[in-house]
Design a protein around this ligand. Structure first.
Ligand SMILES: [Zn+2]
Length: 464
């Protein structure tokens, strides 16, 4: 009784109730399933994710977990499996994508689909993106079933196709658009986070809670065409260049949200005094500008977290050296903060450009606007608890991605979604990360991600 009370006090009640999983004993199976998934070439295009789905289906059904295969394109199926709970809480969705980006085989030092173990790493396409998550979600389903854990909520596993720059909508858009009832949940967890290793230990756990929205536009300038020997005041190139310069150097207003404010506060707590002073300065309007200048020059990703960003990425004009073109065009990759009023932002940009010869043409968006997911939910708190328990002394950082992910579609449908991921050093994240020709994952990080996922799912789902 005393021991039980102590366990409750320490917050270990969930572990006590989920039966004992000896993760040491799971390693061989985890590694085998992970390597098998990497060896199934699902590079997209063409994807062929149905091959991975077939493996997942057989594996789940061998353990008595029923599955459903849902496909817009039969070669690019999605798989859904559900473990039933008692219904006292709404379902939890755990998802990972089965596709990977293409490879240039000749650039790889190893077979990209060999999943070989070398220097303590498992190498291969998908070894970080996204097959560790896929393995972790799969293993969590198998372990929940095998331990016979009683669940307060359904746990739904979704293996989705077509996450990587897929214009055909076979994955999350198909699932949200046509099979939402099969994946509807109170919370979701998926890729989009990770842990940072420094000097051999995990110092920070990033949990993805928000992301920016791609809201790209074309800038188009029109003028009179003519002979290059005759200068004209309405030269389209000159007007376009002026506009690109103005928006490219435009400092849009800084705005913090719950995620980024907490992120910088906590980042300050784990940083050297000099860096801490800078992150803390961001939280005060009087001292923010100087800190922003520093981030703009030295930490551009963090600078982008402060504002809606406008980045010129393409220019198109001209047909010959002696021809004045009638039209010139630029593309701006705009990444909006959650909650940004996009039409109002374009209007303000028009004012900044201040040139009626230049017009803004929005490029159709591929993702919906999505709100940041809250930091006070049962799911976020569980992720925080599990992070602290597994990685003693690590700081938990809620993170806003400057990129876009499939969480946008889920958040837009009202499902708070949280990104998790394996632990890596900064060096590995920078030089051996997702989409690189030397993609690899530290072997212990694989086992830790499975254990982390299991505890996070158990914490919010297992009946106590
Ligand atoms: Zn991914």
């Amino acid at each position: 009784m005393k021991i039980f009370a102590l366990a409750m006090l320490l917050g270990f009640d969930a572990i006590a109730q989920t039966g004992s999983v000896d993760f040491e004993k799971q390693k061989a199976e985890i590694l085998d399933r992970y390597q098998t998934l990497i060896r199934i070439d699902t590079s997209s295009p063409p994807g062929n994710e149905s091959r991975a789905v077939e493996y997942l289906r057989k594996t789940l059904e061998a353990d008595g977990i029923p599955t459903q295969t849902l496909a817009l394109d039969p070669k690019r199926a999605n798989l859904v499996a559900r473990l039933k709970g008692n219904g006292s809480k709404r379902p939890l969705l755990i998802l990972a994508h089965t596709d990977v980006v293409p490879v240039q085989r000749e650039k790889w030092p190893v077979d990209p689909f060999g999943a070989i173990l070398k220097d303590g790493y498992i190498w291969g396409r998908g070894s970080t993106d996204d097959k560790p998550h896929l393995t972790a979600m799969l293993m969590t389903m198998l372990l929940l079933k095998r331990t016979g854990a009683a669940l307060d909520r359904d746990v739904i596993f979704l293996a989705e196709s077509g996450e990587e720059a897929d214009p055909t909508g076979v994955g999350i858009n198909f699932m949200v658009g046509q099979h939402f009832e099969d994946i509807e949940a109170e919370f979701a967890i998926t890729e989009g986070g990770g842990a940072t290793i420094e000097n051999g230990r995990v110092v920070a756990v990033n949990i993805g809670t928000a992301e920016k929205l791609p809201a790209r536009v074309r800038l188009v300038a029109n003028g009179t065409s003519g002979h290059g020997s005759v200068p004209r005041a309405d030269n389209a190139l000159v007007h376009l260049s002026g506009a690109v310069e103005k928006v490219g150097t435009w400092e849009t207003p800084m705005r913090l949200n719950d995620t980024t404010r907490t992120y910088f506060e906590k980042l300050a707590q784990m940083s050297t005094p000099e860096r801490a002073a800078r992150y803390n300065a961001l939280l005060n309007p009087a001292t923010a500008p100087e800190a922003e200048r520093y981030l703009a020059a030295h930490e551009p990703r963090r600078y982008s977290m402060l504002r809606t960003s406008v980045v010129p990425t393409m220019l198109k004009a001209g047909t010959g050296p002696n021809v004045i073109p009638s039209e010139a065009e630029a593309v701006l990759d705009i990444r909006a903060l959650p909650g940004e009023d996009i039409p109002a932002f374009y209007k303000e940009m028009t004012r900044v450009i201040g040139d009626p010869a230049v017009r803004i043409e929005p490029i159709p968006m591929t993702r919906p606007a999505s709100p940041a997911s809250r930091l006070d939910t049962e799911m976020y708190k569980a992720l925080e608890r599990v992070s602290k328990r597994m990685y003693q002394g690590a700081t938990v950082l809620p993170t806003m991605s400057t990129g876009a992910s499939d969480m946008a579609q889920l958040r837009a449908k009202g499902i708070p979604s949280y990104g998790i991921g394996p632990a890596a050093t900064d060096e590995d994240s920078t030089n051996h990360g997702a989409h690189s020709d030397v993609e690899r994952l530290l072997e212990p990080s694989l086992y830790q991600l499975v254990e982390f996922t299991w505890h996070a799912v158990a914490d919010v789902s297992v009946h106590r």
